[in-house]
Design a protein around this ligand. Structure first.
Ligand SMILES: [Mn+2]
Length: 500
């Protein structure tokens, strides 16, 4: 029986520049961060002897990635293919155009499809956008993809954009929710149509980039993804069960938190790091076992697989999470990828933690009134200097600091509570007097409902007074503002922060 090993990841978002600085070579440091994490993943795929490397959408952060990003990504594909690992890509919402007919950058790789008999180990771009609104014929596809251990059958669906699923006629006179519902129905029908074409006897998976109702979405991105077409686990599984093929796994992208949505239980986000171990809610899999990453297991309610008395085969389903994203605010979040073993009968697998090849020094000021004392104390701690690179010595003396200063990454990022905003000029001038840093990056303010409020420090005010008067002004503001408006504003800020 053929057994195929797949590395499932998603949401690489190559091209993100947020919080980066441009290096001497003209390349933004964040783009390199992301590429380095991808390099690490490529290494994992090779050392695990994977047959396929699967990225479930949002490979590029935007529909027009730079030539640098495209060529660097192409090098990684070449590296994998040279190691006889088939690369499988599906478009997500970020790399596909929402309004124009501009082909996505992934089309470059699709155009380089392998020789006609299809036996070559190569890069495949699966699933594609419909050509015209309402044209579901071209949406998604089912393919047999060769790997070094045999053929893998894949049903791939692109990000379901309402405007491309529905005609304007279908959207007319329908409310927002009704439109979303109709789009979900058409999307599911298309999945069913394709699932029925799948052949038995091959390891078979589904790949998609969209929202699942039972999945956990961080509050900050809810507004941003409000118009997403979302389908339920039950609906997806019942469509995939209506097939001669046994779908062994559903590889998802779009939600950056790694998780395994279950029909009756909402999986906790694996972001909730517990001493480096993440917890996974794992349902019963009819085929094989999935490795749980902690002692926390919850048995699913067996009735959950029935609706109106109709049983549905439960298929293991997972969002791998976004491995590359290491934003300033994401320091502690766990990143995962999935390692799958597929047979014609089903899947087994593991969630594996992504180790970042590089991290940046970062510091948070917790108390705006005592920022200086706090920063001085933190600078003296060895952990701060040890963050990006391992050093042999444990202490942190002057010599150690000097050694670090000459290191390859004399950059740090400062995270400030919002109330410290008025005193940033004072903090900056103090930092400027310190010899350790080549560059001070604009601080990141913790997102807050009152982010938009401008605050200035006047010459006559001491930093402490400035913070106090700023806090006072917030108090006034708060009494005038109702809760809903604050919530709205919070959503807006999170959207701007581009959490997804
Ligand atoms: Mn996405």
């Amino acid at each position: 029986m053929s057994r195929i090993k797949v590395l499932h990841t998603a949401d690489l978002h190559l091209g993100v520049e947020t919080y980066g600085v441009t290096g001497q070579d003209g390349i933004n440091s964040r783009i390199k961060d992301y590429l380095e994490t991808l390099d690490w993943l490529v290494l994992q795929a090779k050392s695990l002897d994977c047959d396929a490397f699967l990225v479930a959408g949002d490979i590029f952060d935007n529909e027009r990635p730079t030539n640098y990003v495209i060529s660097e990504f192409a090098k990684r594909i070449r590296n994998l293919v040279d190691s006889s690992i088939t690369v499988i890509l599906t478009p997500g919402n970020h790399e596909t155009s929402s309004s124009s007919r501009v082909p996505s950058a992934l089309e470059v790789f699709r155009a380089l499809r392998p020789q006609k008999d299809g036996t070559e180990i190569a890069c495949r771009v699966l699933g594609c956008q419909p050509l015209r609104p309402g044209d579901t014929e071209t949406m998604g596809g089912i393919s047999t993809v060769p790997t070094k251990s045999g053929n893998l059958q894949i049903l791939a669906m692109p990000y379901p954009r309402r405007s491309e699923i529905l005609t304007s006629e279908q959207m007319k006179n329908r409310g927002r929710e009704e439109v979303k519902k109709l789009a979900a129905t058409i999307f599911l029908d298309r999945i069913q149509e394709l699932a029925r074409k799948a052949l038995p006897g091959l390891p078979t998976i589904f790949v998609g980039h969209f929202g699942i109702k039972e999945a956990e979405l961080r509050p900050g991105v809810k507004g941003y993804l409000a118009d997403d077409v979302i389908i339920s686990t039950y609906d997806l599984m019942s469509k995939l069960s209506d097939s001669q093929a046994k779908f062994g796994y559903v590889a998802l992208g779009h939600y950056h938190s790694p998780q395994m949505p279950s029909p009756n239980l909402v999986a906790p986000s694996l972001d909730e790091d517990m001493d480096g171990e993440a917890s996974v809610l794992c349902g019963t899999n009819p085929c094989r076992d999935w490795e749980l990453l902690s002692n926390e297991t919850v048995a699913p309610d067996p009735d959950s697989l029935f609706r109106d008395g109709k049983p549905v085969r439960k298929i293991q389903m997972a969002y791998s999470g976004a491995p590359s994203r290491r934003d300033f605010s994401d320091g502690a979040r766990t990143r995962m990828y999935m390692e799958l073993d597929l047979t014609p009968e089903g899947s087994s697998g593991k969630c594996r933690k992504v180790e970042h090849s590089r991290s940046l020094r970062q510091l948070t000021v917790d108390n705006a009134l005592n920022w200086k004392e706090e920063l001085e104390a933190k600078f003296l701690k060895s952990e701060f200097w040890r963050q990006p690179y391992e050093y042999a010595t444990t202490g942190c003396d002057q010599e150690q600091i000097e050694k670090t200063m000459k290191g390859p990454l004399p950059i740090f990022r400062l995270r400030l509570p919002e109330e410290a905003r008025p005193i940033w000029p004072a903090i900056k001038s103090w930092l400027d007097t310190l010899p350790m840093f080549d560059k001070i990056i604009t601080p990141y303010y913790k997102p807050s409902v009152r982010e938009s409020q401008k605050a200035v420090i006047t010459q006559t005010e001491s930093p402490v007074e400035a913070v106090k008067s700023y806090l006072d002004s917030l108090q006034d503001d708060f009494s005038r503002t109702n809760r809903a408006r604050i919530q709205e504003e919070a959503e807006r800020i999170m959207q701007e922060a581009r959490v997804v």
